[in-house]
Design a protein around this ligand. Structure first.
Ligand code: FNR
Length: 380
């Protein structure tokens, strides 16, 4: 692992640093994935199995990395995707993450399962915005685990709205929790050591809504009864842009269009939910092949396994509006707090700019599917 922040050069360096620093439990929570880790691994691998078709001598003296995301301009085409309980990464938790994001001009999606209240996190964002003088305005979005109790759900949505979050990202891949092997080993070992008693939930998240969220960790966030019909009362209650997080097939993208969603986040939850999920890139290619109109009908986002500015550009070439980055930010926060979050953003930005220049584009709207050769991934 790098000895200090200055020696971090790639996003992978944060992973090594965090592994040394975190407790076993927190490390396992962040790094684990479902079953054998297959889906997480294919997220990581697939981005490196497609390559660019660069164009030369196209005048790239100045670059524009900005993007319109759900009606607002963003300085950069990547954001921090939803991750729960960041208190397990760093005592500064979500507010520290948000400070780093705001300083460097990127947006973050805040999880329902946070360590601090959604209002405290928004306040950290507002305070930091004032400090950085709004040069590149950022915003926070909210990831919603729909509480099974509709009254509680509506209360939560109203709280999110009142706090000033920009858009709602409904997680739709969590009818139950994936079987996370590494967490299970740890839990079973703890149970044995405690003479068979069930583990008590560590720290209740501050956004919790009483008994609806009680019981096993995260169990209260799961909603096996959720259907497409629920989107109408949720959208009505919310009144702003809605994105479905965790879409994994072209059929469901078509339904999302039919149900009037503003966006879909193609994601397998970082390989943490269904065993043998398609990688985020595979789903993106499926949409590009069988329903290319989707990119005109709603905004398509992607997360899972993006670790380099080049990965971000690959997703954008194939039609993504913007992409989410998860674990690298968890690790950066864990190892170096707010400064780590800033540095992680700097690294991705630098890589993005280097890659744009050599790809021959001076702004992101020049990116095109022809700049990608995906046959190495599709033909074997
Ligand atoms: C997650 N993810 C997640 N998703 C969600 O909708 N709500 C949540 O609370 C969380 N919590 C969470 C915690 C941690 C520690 C991780 C690693 C992931 C999934 C997350 O939003 C995203 O889909 C993946 O993390 C993206 O993959 P990478 O970038 O981590 O490979």
């Amino acid at each position: 692992a790098p000895e200090c922040l200055d020696l971090c050069v790639t996003t992978g360096d944060f992973e090594a640093a965090a592994k040394e620093k975190l407790s076993e439990k927190s490390w396992v929570y962040a790094s684990s994935s479902a079953a054998s880790g297959l889906s997480h691994q294919s997220n990581l691998d697939d981005w490196s199995r497609i390559n660019f078709r660069p164009r030369i001598m196209r005048k790239v003296n100045t670059l524009d990395t900005s993007r319109n995301v759900l009606g607002k301009k963003s300085k950069l085409p990547f954001f921090i995707t939803a991750m729960g309980t960041l208190g397990s990464a760093h005592p500064g938790a979500e507010p520290s993450l948000v400070q780093g994001a705001t300083r460097k001009g990127i947006n973050a999606v805040i999880s329902t399962a946070t360590s601090k209240s959604l209002e405290t996190i928004m306040q950290a964002h507002i305070d930091e915005q004032q400090k950085v003088n709004n040069r590149s305005p950022t915003r926070l979005d909210f990831q919603l685990y729909v509480p099974p109790d509709r009254k509680k759900a509506k209360e939560l949505i109203q709280r999110v709205k009142a706090a000033g979050y920009h858009s709602l990202w409904i997680t739709v891949d969590s009818s139950t929790q994936g079987k996370r092997t590494a967490d299970r080993y740890l839990q079973e070992r703890e149970k044995l050591e405690q003479g068979g008693r069930e583990m008590v939930r560590e720290a209740a998240a501050e956004n919790d809504f009483g008994p609806a969220f009680g019981g096993r960790p995260t169990a209260g966030y799961l909603h096996p009864g959720l259907t497409w019909e629920d989107l109408s009362w949720i959208s009505e209650e919310w009144g702003g842009p809605v994105v479905l997080k965790g879409i994994q097939s072209v059929e469901d993208v078509k339904l999302a269009v039919q149900y009037g969603m503003q966006g879909v986040l193609l994601s397998n939850h970082g390989g943490r939910q269904i065993h043998s999920a398609p990688s985020a890139l595979m789903t993106l290619l499926e949409i590009r092949t069988y329903y290319p109109e989707a990119f005109e009908k709603l905004e398509v986002f992607v997360d899972g396994g993006l670790r380099d500015g080049a990965d971000v550009l690959k997703a954008l070439c194939l039609g993504a509006t913007a992409v989410g980055v998860g674990r690298p930010y968890f690790y950066a926060l864990a190892a170096y707090g707010t400064e780590g979050v800033e540095k992680c953003t700097e690294i991705l930005t630098e890589e993005l700019e280097i890659c744009m220049k050599m790809l021959g584009v001076s702004s992101l709207d020049q990116l095109h599917p022809d700049m990608i050769n995906a046959s190495p991934l599709l033909n074997d």
